[in-house]
Design a protein around this ligand. Sequence first.
Ligand code: 8YV
Length: 315
Amino acid sequence: MNDIDILITASLPKFLRDPLEADYRCHDYAAHHDRDALVARVGQSIRGLVQGGGTVTPTALLDALPNLEIISVFGVGYDGVPTSYCREHDILVTNTPDVLTDDVADVAVALILMTGRNFVHADRFVRDGEWMKRSLPLATKLSGKSVGILGLGRIGKAIAKRVDAMGMRVAYTGRTRQDVPYRYVPTLEALAADVDFLVVACPGGPATRHVVGEKVLAALGSKGTLVNIARGSIVDEAALVRALERGTIKGAGLDVFEMEPQVPEALFEMDNVVLLPHVGSATHETRKAMADLCKANLDRWFAEGQVLTLVPELQ
Ligand code: 8YV
């Protein structure tokens, strides 16, 4: 064990917590009964902070850690990290991109399949003995249908590749047109108006908060299904519930929510909605790879003064 103090602000899996505890003096802020007292006692000595993708780190906490050098996020999303503050205070921010791309893209495809082909309902139909009595209503053919991707980054591209292989047509919108074989649509509203599935795959944070709101949902219309595997904050959830209640959109497949783990109860009763508990990266293999990368960023920083995956805002 070295003499470096680390603050842990999220509940971490054992395969990350144990190696961190073996190498660093760890202080478990997330589980501590008196967080203020903990920070008052160890704040001055903290040099690293480990948090989850969904953890919000207030600047008030960072103010109490004057010697903090690095925040290592266990997740690709770092919308809970105040990056401008970190830039001003020379705090590095790292995340775990790439290693989870395939898993998250798989979940987007699963949500397209589950909403389009009604597989959740079909499974319940068999278990409930309904098959003996009647046949299941027909579902929607997916090949030939169109998928619009909001945010063609690493995960967006992995989704595009998968749905393209299924014979679906791909269009996308984002800050810039890219050199890809998919159709670019300059605005989100126009994309929504044009596609059968609108898949949200862009980063969360202030810049994208509620960009999928009333207008975009109206454009998506009764032909369209919303899929969100990114961040709950990107979708105006109240507007989404209203659109589903009024039948102004066809359905929704959601892995993320605005107030996780709280999910609007109105969605529980809806047959055209599939709800997952933020499982995008939730496989043994991927979470282990994320844990290794999260720790490797700290190790590299403290041993060599370098990191593996600095977030773009700090580059
Ligand atoms: C994880 C995620 O649930 O990577 C992200 O940004 O949202 C998920 O993969 C989370 O980060 C685990 O802390």
